[in-house]
Design a protein around this ligand. Sequence first.
Ligand SMILES: *[C@@H]1O[C@H](CO)[C@@H](O)[C@H](O)[C@H]1NC(C)=O
Ligand SMILES: *[C@@H]1O[C@H](CO)[C@@H](O)[C@H](O)[C@H]1NC(C)=O
Ligand SMILES: *[C@@H]1O[C@H](CO)[C@@H](O)[C@H](O)[C@H]1NC(C)=O
Ligand SMILES: *[C@@H]1O[C@H](CO)[C@@H](O)[C@H](O)[C@H]1NC(C)=O
Ligand SMILES: *[C@@H]1O[C@H](CO)[C@@H](O)[C@H](O)[C@H]1NC(C)=O
Length: 611
Amino acid sequence: MQICLHGMEPWGPPRHLEVALFCLCWNLADGRSACMEWIYSSAIGQVPAQAEQGHLEVARWTPRLHSMQADLRCFLSSSQPTASRSVNGWNQDQATSRWRVPGAIAIAVVFIVKKKMDNTKLSEGSVDDKYADALVVAMQFFDVQKYIDLEVLFVVVAGKLVDDVISWRGDSGLKDGSVADLDLSKGMYDAGDNLKFGFPMAFTATVLSWAILEYGNHMEHVNHLEYAKGSLRWITDFLINAHPSENVLYIQVGDPEEDHKCWQKPENMTEKRPLKRVNKSLPGSDVAAETAAAMASASLVFKKADSTYSSTLLKHAKQLFTFANKHKGSYTESLPELAEYYNSTGYGDELIWGASWLYHATGDKSYLEYLTGEDAETYADVEGPTWFSWDNKLAGAQVLLSRLSMLGGASGISGLKDYKKGAEDLMCALLPDSPSATSSRTERGLIWISEWDSLQHPVASAFLAALYSDYMRTSNSDKLSCGDESFDHSDLRNFAKSQAKYVLGDNPMEISYLVGYGKKYPKFVHHRGASIPADAKTGCSDGFKWLASKKPNPNVAVGAMVGGPFKNESFIDSRNNSMQTEPTTYNSALLVGLLSSLVTNSDVVKSLRAK
Ligand SMILES: *[C@@H]1O[C@H](CO)[C@@H](O)[C@H](O)[C@H]1NC(C)=O
Ligand SMILES: *[C@@H]1O[C@H](CO)[C@@H](O)[C@H](O)[C@H]1NC(C)=O
Ligand SMILES: *[C@@H]1O[C@H](CO)[C@@H](O)[C@H](O)[C@H]1NC(C)=O
Ligand SMILES: *[C@@H]1O[C@H](CO)[C@@H](O)[C@H](O)[C@H]1NC(C)=O
Ligand SMILES: *[C@@H]1O[C@H](CO)[C@@H](O)[C@H](O)[C@H]1NC(C)=O
């Protein structure tokens, strides 16, 4: 094994070259490297005086991901790190480059000395560049959907990784919420339009939290853990403000009817931005419990770094769950005019999901009792596997609660066994060679449930399979029995990979459904901001000419995962084909979860509270 330094130039023109990122990594036998720690320097000129001179050799320079991003690997000649190892020459090319890398290397070397390598971290598998690259791309969609004040993000990201990529974005919706004296300017638009829908937005946050809690270490391999947390916080900041009192939750910003009469950039919206809310007389157990799940899971993510923020989130989560449970009703029944967009087909699954996250976040037995008591019998006792989605979280709760049975010493709690059984049934349905394999697949093997936004189900299913696989692996669980056949964790991981590979281009259309990744990806994404030139003067209705335009989008919605293929695996890249070309933030969260899991192998933590 060799130690290496892995430098990544941030996106962008020379003005950003003062900032560089370096990874302290191990070279693995197969030639790839696994990142142990990311460090960055924003003041590379200031080389710590202690840095010694020694032998360092530039081994490779490979452009990767993006023409503006390069990847530099250097190998120390020794196989073991030592404090006295010193650094001296760079080859000529490097010495004359504007990178000013030697300073950073020196910093990194000092870092090696200071850090003393922790060998326990090295048991992790090798990093798979395909998934690592795709993950970096996928995460950017959250910035595309934010629109406002991108500078704020860089407080946490540093290195200005994205501003040049999303240069076509500007502030928008700054006054959102003002009609109720609230600041709802943050949050994310749900898809290709300019609306903020609380129900899918909260789901996005819950999934992103889950991904961070399980695979934050994998995100760190590509220096995107803080970035993911920043995206999450952008939503949870919104959710906090949307919950001004115990029994009131604002769940929508903007009027879909008015919005859909226009084809305009959010930056140039002039319509009124009315709000919708649920309360005691117009209850919304589904949206309130999902929001509770989002805040409870996020409270775990921020627990260590910002305990005040974490406690605030947890307080809101508990109140929202109580509100959801005490005043039962579906938000789209209370507000039927909302059913046309994100119609909730029931709130039982969200109550289970919310209680599951609250139990993970608090360890409070009352939530466990809820999950194994009478309420659960009503809400969780569903025949057969269900599909995990923004509307139905039961399968997610089954996998999350299996975590307790498999890793958390809760195997004795009989009520939880039913959730594990539910998760096993789902896993058996997903595995293509299982006797109970679902037939809802394309010929090439992609799980295929709905024509609209078809990739949501395979990606969500693959994320759950990857999680379940890791729970099996970490707990050394026996085989998974499906009828007479038995499978192990690697079968589930292979299934998860098969779905991810399909999304990334291994499909009959030979197209990557992740915009910005691969050689060929959709160019006519159904997305107002991406389809309208940054300097266009059009407003509401005259903007439809950009929808009708025969030219590809002028702006690339980097990281967008489009709706996806038909059952016959065909895909029509047309801007007006929203069924297939519209991206959504919740799908991005699911994809980020899936890709994070696949970046490398590692055991998951035994308890999410241990983070
Ligand atoms: C439209 O938005 C852009 C930012 O994307 C801004 O520069 C421009 O001034 C806006 N135009 C109008 C008419 O609001
Ligand atoms: C709930 O909200 C609706 C609509 O905003 C409002 O008319 C109603 O009075 C509210 N109910 C309570 C109990 O505050
Ligand atoms: C919304 O879901 C409910 C419950 O499944 C269903 O009865 C209703 O018809 C749906 N409404 C729309 C507009 O799809
Ligand atoms: C987009 O498709 C809809 C429905 O298929 C159609 O009514 C509309 O005219 C189309 N718009 C454009 C700009 O092609
Ligand atoms: C594939 O399916 C879609 C939707 O059902 C259909 O419109 C299209 O014609 C089919 N394409 C082929 C090549 O069969």
